[in-house]
Ligand binder design. Structure first.
Ligand SMILES: C[S@@+](CC[C@H](N)C(=O)[O-])C[C@H]1O[C@@H](n2cnc3c(N)ncnc32)[C@H](O)[C@@H]1O
Length: 222
């Protein structure tokens, strides 16, 4: 039985893998009636790009993949949780779009191919070990086709109530992330590097906190 925090979040046990953790997490959530909607920062950045092929890393319930497919992108979407991929596929069917759903643990495997847009929204995990997210995103850079883009959207900070818990993971700013990815300046342009104020939201403890998200978009020369 997975231990849960007092706010209902499953607490990873030492035996948990990313798959067992995230299957328990997603399996514990209600399945909403509504088809999930895409993250606004993804929509904003994608609207500046020509439609093509896209790879979504850590797709969750599929809002971003379904949103991109609805705009005409040919989408491959990856998650470690078979549980959440079943839900995402169900929602895509209801939305009438096709997405190639693939289960991979991105700490160990990566989908084949090159894509015009490789994106990752909130790929943060309490099972993450130091350096794993950066390694995944370096691999993501390699998967960007010439003329394509890497987009990484993340949280800029965790609520105070999560400080010191397994959910208090490394959340680099966009500049720090760019430095860690070290894209070759001869081949890559920084198209977006910003922190966006998302207003006051209710944290997992029910307390309001000021949410901010980070955006890094790197465009590869054609
Ligand atoms: C915080 S959720 C974000 C989901 C979605 N991108 C969104 O913005 O709503 C992180 C997602 O990454 C997935 N994930 C975590 N670790 C992973 C890994 N090692 N490989 C693949 N997916 C992973 C989780 O299952 C979860 O669906």
């Amino acid at each position: 039985m997975t231990r849960r925090t007092d706010t209902g979040m499953p607490w990873p046990s030492p035996e948990d893998t990313p798959q067992t953790y995230w299957d328990a997490f997603h399996g514990g959530l209600d399945v909403p009636d509504q088809i999930p909607t895409p993250n606004p920062l993804l929509v904003e950045e994608a609207s500046r790009l020509p439609v093509g092929s896209a790879l979504d890393l850590g797709c969750g319930t599929g809002g971003d993949a379904i949103g991109l497919a609805g705009l005409g992108w040919r989408v491959t979407a990856v998650d470690v949780s078979g549980e959440v991929l079943r839900r995402a596929e169900f929602h895509a069917g209801r939305a009438g779009v096709h997405v190639d759903w693939q289960r991979h643990d991105l700490t160990e495997a990566f989908p084949a191919g090159h894509y015009d847009l490789v994106c990752s929204q909130f790929l943060h995990s309490p099972t993450e070990r130091p350096g794993q997210r950066t390694a995944i995103l370096r691999r993501a850079l390699d998967a960007v086709a010439p003329g394509g883009s890497l987009l990484v959207v993340g949280h800029a900070g965790v609520p105070a109530s999560m400080a010191g818990t397994p959910f208090d993971v490394d959340l680099p700013g966009p500049g720090e992330l760019r430095a860690a990815l070290a894209p070759d300046p001869a081949a890559w342009t920084v198209a977006a590097e910003r922190t966006v104020d998302r207003g006051i939201v209710t944290g997992p403890d029910g307390e309001p906190f000021a949410r901010a998200d980070t955006v890094l978009r790197l465009d590869r020369a054609g």
